[in-house]
Design a protein around this ligand. Structure first.
Ligand SMILES: O=C(O)CCC(=O)C(=O)O
Length: 286
């Protein structure tokens, strides 16, 4: 598809699929590495789920596991995140000097619960760092879901409601739509492993049920323009502490990137992460 066609899909429906971002011969290795990191962070994730429950927030769906700061553990994924075709679309919508604000991993196990309808940061109403509604109607953040296993109705392609990116709010902000109810216009995104679902972060979407007999695994990446304040996600930053103290929402801070990891990134990926380096002193202590 041409750039114009992709931009038209993103403008009308709020989403598109870019095929072949990870070459077929490399997809299994990326999937296994992301799966391995999700297993390595299992105990931390279970602790986080318990903490979310104790704090009275909507618990994450059962049989779903997540890993955070994937890039710090698997820098080999950086070249896919910086794929020229993906960056071309992101820059067309968000302008030059993009940043990546988070990289995560999610596996849905067979028989998992579906998730709640939400939009991604900075529009997720369960977060302390959520923008107030109503949102202005323009693109401020893009979300990418890298399919590491095939997406279908059976395996569980991300559930989306096309066109909802133009709404001034979403079910996670308590807009009156039952966040756990099926939506009459919902659909599963379909695509082959190695493809990327790219969407306006305002699009209503949810973790889908996996009706297959194998885990479905994804990598999530958020592309953010330089003019959005990421300090609210920097652990210990004044803006972060202030927002957390003032709000009742969840913390979505992101671990900083160790300098040694940054040094190992390919040249083309470094500008996307340079804003998130650990301070020099941390590198000296390590
Ligand atoms: O698991 C999925 O397909 C959706 C993940 C999701 O909701 C998100 O990345 O915000």
């Amino acid at each position: 598809m041409t750039l114009d066609g992709i931009l038209r899909n993103l403008s009308i429906g709020g989403w598109c699929v870019l095929e072949g971002i990870i070459p077929p011969a490399e997809t299994a290795a990326v999937r296994d590495a992301v799966w391995g990191e999700i297993q390595a962070q299992k105990a931390a994730w279970e602790e986080e789920v318990a903490r979310i429950g104790r704090a009275g927030f909507q618990p994450p769906p059962s049989k779903v596991a997540q890993a955070e700061a994937l890039i710090n553990h698997l820098p080999q994924v950086a070249s896919y995140i910086a794929h020229p075709r993906l960056l071309q679309v992101c820059e067309a919508l968000l302008g030059p000097r993009l940043r990546v604000s988070s990289v995560g991993g999610i596996s849905t196990y067979p028989g998992n619960e579906r998730g709640y309808w939400h939009a991604d940061w900075p529009y997720n109403g369960t977060l302390a760092t959520c923008l107030p509604v109503p949102y202005p109607d323009f693109v401020m953040n893009l979300s990418a879901i890298f399919m590491l296993t095939n997406f279908s109705v059976v395996t569980g392609g991300t559930l989306i409601v096309p066109g909802t990116h133009r709404q001034p709010d979403n079910p996670s902000t308590g807009n009156g739509f039952d966040r756990l109810a099926p939506h009459p216009a919902e659909m599963n995104v379909e695509g082959e492993a190695g493809s990327v679902l790219l969407y306006d972060s305002r699009l209503w979407h949810a973790v889908p049920p996996n009706r297959s007999d194998r885990p479905r695994t994804i990598m999530t990446v958020r592309y953010t323009p330089w003019w959005i304040n990421l300090e609210v996600r920097r652990p210990g930053a004044a803006d972060q502490l202030r927002v957390l103290a003032a709000g009742s929402g969840k913390d979505n801070s992101v671990p900083l990137m160790p300098r040694a990891v940054f040094a190992s990134l390919p040249e083309e990926a470094r500008p996307l992460f340079i804003h998130w380096l650990e301070p020099e002193e941390a590198a000296c202590r390590a």
